[in-house]
Design a protein around this ligand. Structure first.
Ligand code: ATP
Ligand code: MG
Length: 440
């Protein structure tokens, strides 16, 4: 029979890599708590209309990237979420979440887009997103940028590894005024644009500025700039936003052609880019979306947010050679025979009750091969139990990781209580040497 394989662009994450995911997710949760953001969990499936009405019809996502299907049981058109913001705003409206109070929210989970899989671009990928609902800004917009800058610092990504680009899309009226001069410009060079962009001159000309086509990018670099069409109010917001960034010493460049790939944005938008990932260099992107709630049938909610692409953040960490710690067991327990294994079984419980991470060898085999497995497990210690240990109610403790340090690799016969003490002492010892090596 033929082998069944995973869907292209949808990856399995095996234990050899999943520890990196767990590490980054827990670092991210700590970081979000530092800024008072609360978790929101929305379904992965939504009514297709939600994304069509929020993201916009003339966008890459809605035109060609959504996994949409008809639920054969009731005929509804459903879509696997391609992004998280629309769902969060939908939930906020549905549960009246911003009634009388503003909300700082975050989500974390898989998104789905039918794109051509390549480095940094997948069909199922993971985002951590932050949404602040009920805030006029731009103080909160700046808070979001500060948060991300802090995250890079926390993860060890140096500030020359990532670059922040910002822009203002102004209000709807500002964009209306700009529209005319942009369309005139684009019509003047229509023949040199890529096919999608030619089509979008009439449907959604702003999107042309976001084209991935290199020739189109070169042409639009000389297009009239939306920044010159902003109202005083939008200019003021942008200036205040920059004031906060300057206060935190966060470097940025203004990119007047940055428009983002979704239609719901207004005023401040930004992207964090890295040189490490080639064409897929945007690792975080966000902005303000004051009109989104109305677009999907709610009352207006001033709001802004951003999303981090987790695969790209991880790839950046790896490119920066940042070492991600592995969660190894503290102890691997081996035993000489079936009777000794019963005693080992009880010892394992005592160790776990003392908060140690313990792997009990299962499946029998010679002591030598069990010790090999102990070594491969990455555990710091092996505990060996044979007839003698059983008779004396002791254990033999062997350090597996500190060979080279005098006496460390010798086997010691100890009471279980003393063994636990010894393991904890060693934990303190390795922590000190590690931070000593890092020089902080
Ligand atoms: P791109 O310009 O790379 O297509 P986008 O503008 O479509 O990105 P957003 O919708 O803003 O991306 O999503 C936010 C972040 O999610 C991106 O900056 C990126 O890090 C990540 N991301 C988007 N699409 C993918 C994908 N197909 N695979 C992996 N990560 C992705
Ligand atoms: Mg995209």
């Amino acid at each position: 029979m033929s082998k069944i394989q995973a869907i292209r662009g949808m990856n399995d994450v095996l234990p050899e890599e999943s520890y990196q995911w767990e590490w980054i997710e827990s670092a991210i949760r700590e970081w979000l708590a530092m800024f008072g953001y609360q978790n929101i969990r929305t379904p992965i499936l939504e009514n297709t209309d939600l994304f069509v009405r929020s993201i916009g019809t003339a966008t890459d996502i809605v035109e060609k990237e959504m996994y949409t299907f008809v639920d054969s049981l009731n005929g509804d058109s459903l879509t696997l979420r391609p992004e998280g913001t629309a769902s969060v705003v939908r939930a906020a409206i549905e549960h009246n979440m911003t009634y009388g109070k503003a909300r700082r929210l975050y989500y974390c989970g898989p998104m789905f887009r039918h794109e051509r899989p390549q480095k940094g671009r997948f069909r199922q990928f993971y985002q951590v997103g932050v949404e602040a609902l009920g805030f006029e800004g731009p103080d909160i917009d700046a808070e979001h940028v500060l948060m991300v800058a802090e995250l890079w610092r926390k993860l060890g990504i140096s500030s020359n590894g990532v670059r922040l680009e910002v822009n203002s899309l102004g209000s709807k009226d500002d964009r209306k005024k700009y529209h005319e001069s942009l369309v005139a410009f684009l019509k003047g060079c229509e023949q040199s644009l890529d096919e999608d962009s030619r089509r979008r001159i009439s449907t959604n000309p702003l999107r042309v500025l976001d084209s991935k086509n290199l020739q189109t990018q070169e042409i639009v670099a000389t297009a009239p700039k939306l920044l010159n069409f902003l109202s005083d109010e939008s200019v003021e917001k942008m200036e205040r936003f920059k004031q906060f960034l300057d206060r935190s010493g966060i470097p940025y460049v203004v990119n007047p052609n940055l428009v983002r790939g979704l239609d719901y944005y207004n005023d401040i938008v930004y992207e964090w880019k890295t040189e490490f990932l080639g064409a897929q260099g945007t690792i975080c992107a966000g902005g303000r979306y004051d009109v989104l709630a109305e677009q999907i049938g709610g009352k207006p909610i001033p709001a802004c947010g951003f999303a981090l692409g987790l695969e790209r953040v991880l790839a950046t960490l790896i490119s920066c050679e940042i070492e991600i710690p592995k969660e190894n067991p503290d102890v691997y327990l081996v035993s000489s025979d079936k009777t000794a294994q019963l005693y080992a079984w009880d010892v394992a419980k005592v160790l776990r009750d003392s908060n140690l991470k313990v792997v009990l060898h299962c499946g029998g085999g010679a002591l030598k091969s069990q010790m090999k497995k102990a070594d491969n497990s990455g555990a710091k210690f092996a505990i060996i139990i044979g007839d003698e240990e059983m008779a004396k109610k002791t254990i033999s403790l062997k350090s597996l990781r500190l060979a080279g340090i005098k006496g460390a690799s010798q086997q010691q016969e100890l009471s279980v209580h003393d063994a636990i003490k010894r393991i904890y002492e060693d934990g303190a010892l390795t922590k000190i040497t590690k931070s000593g090596m890092l020089g902080n």
